[in-house]
Design a protein around this ligand. Structure first.
Ligand SMILES: [Zn+2]
Length: 310
């Protein structure tokens, strides 16, 4: 068995039909991890959906009620850029429950891996860019409310800026938000994160890793979080349809290793969520996410921290 659990639910699928967001990637990734014998069925755990109270730790009650009752306006749905359905809402609540569970599991065993989540474009009062509710922020707030952590760091490596997450934690000194992203890309307005690393179009492996390493290490040395939430977007990949950076598979593996190893060697657990990935070939997106799971295993097995049970 793996030294950490993979959090997954069959109903993570957002039911988007033909859409640039490959919502079936969650199932395909699970299948790939089993087929390659990286994982066995017992490695997977199923989350409960987040409760409405969990979701309201981050989101306005009026917005939560609109999502629950199917009374979003036409404007709301346009901004969300995905079709409304009950299954879609259920999938987001499950993804948030999955990120909460992954964060709890990380606190116990060093790594928690949600095969879903990473919806960093959701704001307290509205959703946008395929993100209805912000599972990352909900997980942080839930663990804080439970007294499991005080300080968290969000390391957002999706190619798009983490605008919703930056807004949620804008005036909160207990949460450090780091976003490394392509500057000339959605969202056009980029609310200030604790640390924003703006990258030029076409930035490739070496510069990406250099800029991320410098920013991340400096942030860790001054902030000392009790948990890192790693938003492991697959869309900095050079063949991504919605991204304009030029990272290779190998560069993305080095990125994963950098984020995960730097935290674990300092005794800081890491909860991983997937976020975006729109490669020409969905198989490439699955490969990038599968590689992240492999790096997490490799690093966790090498970094033995007392108190974390394997
Ligand atoms: Zn993205």
């Amino acid at each position: 068995m793996l030294p950490y659990r993979l959090v997954y639910h069959e109903r993570y699928d957002l039911h988007l039909g033909e859409h640039v967001f490959p919502a079936k990637k969650y199932r395909w990734l699970k299948d790939r991890l089993l087929r390659s014998r990286f994982a066995v069925p017992e490695d997977f755990v199923e989350p409960e959906p987040a409760s409405d109270d969990d979701v309201r730790l981050v989101h306005d009650p009026e917005y939560v009620a609109k999502l629950r009752s199917g009374t979003l306006t036409y404007q709301d749905i346009l901004r969300l850029e995905i079709p409304y359905s009950r299954q879609m809402v259920e999938a987001f609540w499950l993804a948030a429950g999955g990120s909460i569970l992954a964060a709890r599991l990380a606190m116990e065993s060093g790594i928690g891996f949600n095969i879903g989540g990473g919806f960093h474009h959701a704001f307290p009062g509205h959703g946008e860019g395929f993100c209805a509710i912000n599972d990352i922020a909900i997980a942080v707030r839930r663990l804080q409310a439970d007294g499991r952590i005080r300080r968290a760091m969000i390391v957002d490596c999706d190619v798009h800026h983490g605008n919703g997450t930056a807004t949620v934690f804008a005036n909160d000194p207990s949460v450090f938000t780091l976003s490394i992203h392509q500057f000339n890309n959605y969202p056009s307005e980029k609310p200030i994160s604790s640390l924003d690393i703006h990258l030029a179009d076409g930035t490739a492996d070496a510069e990406y890793l250099h800029r991320l390493g410098n920013g991340y290490r400096a942030a860790l040395s001054m902030f000392h979080p009790e948990l890192v939430l790693y938003v492991a977007g697959a869309d900095p990949y050079l063949e991504d349809q919605l991204g304009g950076l030029s990272l290779t598979f190998e560069g993305l593996i080095e990125r994963d290793r950098l984020v995960i190893r730097t935290a674990l060697t300092q005794g800081i657990p890491v909860a991983i969520v997937l976020a975006g990935g729109y490669a020409q070939s969905v198989e490439d997106t699955i490969t990038i996410h599968a590689n992240t799971a492999e790096v997490a295993k490799d690093v966790l097995e090498k970094v033995r921290v007392s108190g974390w049970r394997a």
